[in-house]
Design a protein around this ligand. Structure first.
Ligand code: SF4
Ligand code: FES
Length: 222
């Protein structure tokens, strides 16, 4: 997918924004409207608040569309010690932590602290979400159905490998905590397979429905 970045800089901080990865979750607009104002040009004005506050809000962007680099000695973004995988109602899965997205060649294509993964199957930027779930009418409460689908509760720490499989599910390998959209269920584990075609009857886990659905997507060949 294209991750062309727009740049907004002051002497203290540079903020970059990827239009392709922004799904208008509006965390930034809600938290710091004087800096992030859709419709204004430029829509990001990092000089309208302290660099610390701008960095804090950038790090709350769930998709990774916003990133920052400090020039004033302020701290770079640190990955949380626990990798979290949070389902959203009728929308993507938000990942946060030490993330390694694996490309179709089996190599790390992206190292990130935040990303939103498509789980409706309709994104044009798979494996990342591009808001296509809205048009597609994707409906899922983000509950966790099968508590046995997450294996090997392990020690926290270490990177989470995010592995999209060709025409099939998303494999997670590494320590993570998986949370339902309402936060009521939380499972920890080191291995699971998540549906990304939108058709599984056991969401968020893959149940093999992608084959009958004719789901096609780039990923690591099986
Ligand atoms: S928080 Fe991130 S995804 Fe949401 S509107 Fe801002 S830039 Fe876009
Ligand atoms: S990816 Fe959806 S059922 Fe396997």
């Amino acid at each position: 997918m294209s991750d062309k970045r727009h740049t907004f800089a002051t002497d203290a901080i540079t903020v970059t924004w990827s239009k392709a990865r922004c799904i208008h979750a509006a965390e930034c607009v809600r938290r710091l409207p004087m800096v992030f104002e859709p419709g204004r040009r430029p829509w990001v004005t990092p000089d309208a608040a302290s660099a610390d506050r701008v960095a804090q809000v950038v790090e709350a962007c769930p998709t990774g569309a916003l990133q920052h680099t400090r020039h004033d000695g302020g701290a770079a973004e640190a990955a949380p010690t626990v990798n979290t995988v949070r389902l959203t109602r009728n929308g993507p899965t938000y990942l946060k932590g030490r993330l390694e997205l694996i490309g179709p060649d089996g190599e790390v294509a992206m190292r990130e602290t935040r990303m939103a993964i498509c789980r409706c199957g309709a994104s044009r930027h798979k494996p990342l979400c591009d808001n296509a779930h809205r048009e597609a009418g994707f409906s899922d409460a983000g509950a966790i159905s099968d508590l046995d689908s997450v294996q090997d509760p392990g020690a926290p720490g270490g990177a989470l490998r995010v592995i999209p499989h060709a025409n099939g599910p998303l494999q997670l390998e590494g320590p993570f905590a998986l949370a339902s959209a309402d936060g009521a269920t939380m499972l920890t584990g080191t291995s699971t397979w998540l549906c990304r075609c939108g058709q599984s009857q056991s969401k968020p886990f893959c149940d093999g429905s992608h084959a009958a659905a004719g789901f096609t997507a780039e990923g690591v060949p099986d």
